[in-house]
Design a protein around this ligand. Sequence first.
Ligand code: SF4
Length: 291
Amino acid sequence: MEVVRITPRGYCHGVVEAIRIAKRVGAERGRDEPVTMLGYLVHNEHVTRELEQSGVALIAESDRMKGLDQVREGTVIFTAHGISPAVVAAARERGLNVVDATCSDVTRTHDLVRELVGRGVHVIYIGKRGHPEPAGVLGIAPEHTTLVETIEEAAELEVPEGTRLGVTCQTTLSMWDTQAIIDRLVQRFPHIEVHNEICLATQERQEAAVLAAKDVDCVVVVGSRRSSNSQRLVQVVQEKGEKPAHLVDTADDIDPAWFRGMRRIGVTSGASTPTQLTRQVIAAIEALPDS
Ligand code: SF4
């Protein structure tokens, strides 16, 4: 089976930086006090073990406030997804040392929301309910932000007459779905301020996957089911690339039946997927006999 390696793929700058920060803090403080990362950054045993060896424990709780209840002392590290000010305040109140590994692209969205709300603008935020990144952004000014997840919700949104509106979004959504929701909002509220905050890493990976889909029979995305950007890669290949796409955590998830009658398989991976896992998936597909 021929494998087309889609680039760019894999770790983005935000994930690389957050892992670097966590390992450094673990090495500096891990022997003297507990160091805990609040939420999973990378859903991978190998990386989790590496962090644990650096003295960093992980709490697998997507609700950060609930996760914080499990941290009694020491240092708490916030992941690249960003964090609500209420969780930061609660951590400080408990006397925890706080280290923020929020990605600079997510921080930019936080700053933008503060700036918009400061100017009296009500912010419509396009994002996925229950994901830690929207929870962090919405926590900045809960009464001045409204989460919208679908085009149907955008069509039904009610706002009081005369409200100044702005729209922004989660960094890891499908570029095309997000644009469609923004277009619907602009149609309904022509004066809305538009700030598309899908990050460059997400855009580049989605564009490359859709482009590559034209030249392959199928695309395999290596990534966790809990990873928003990995799920979106599958979605954009299916919807925009019009090719079958499968999400696999590891090479063990590959089902040879997917590739029956196929010759060329594209492989890409999410922004939090370790390179080593992608290599193993590529090797496993290359080892499959032609069918
Ligand atoms: S996907 Fe984008 S926003 Fe999220 S950590 Fe990576 S670069 Fe930052």
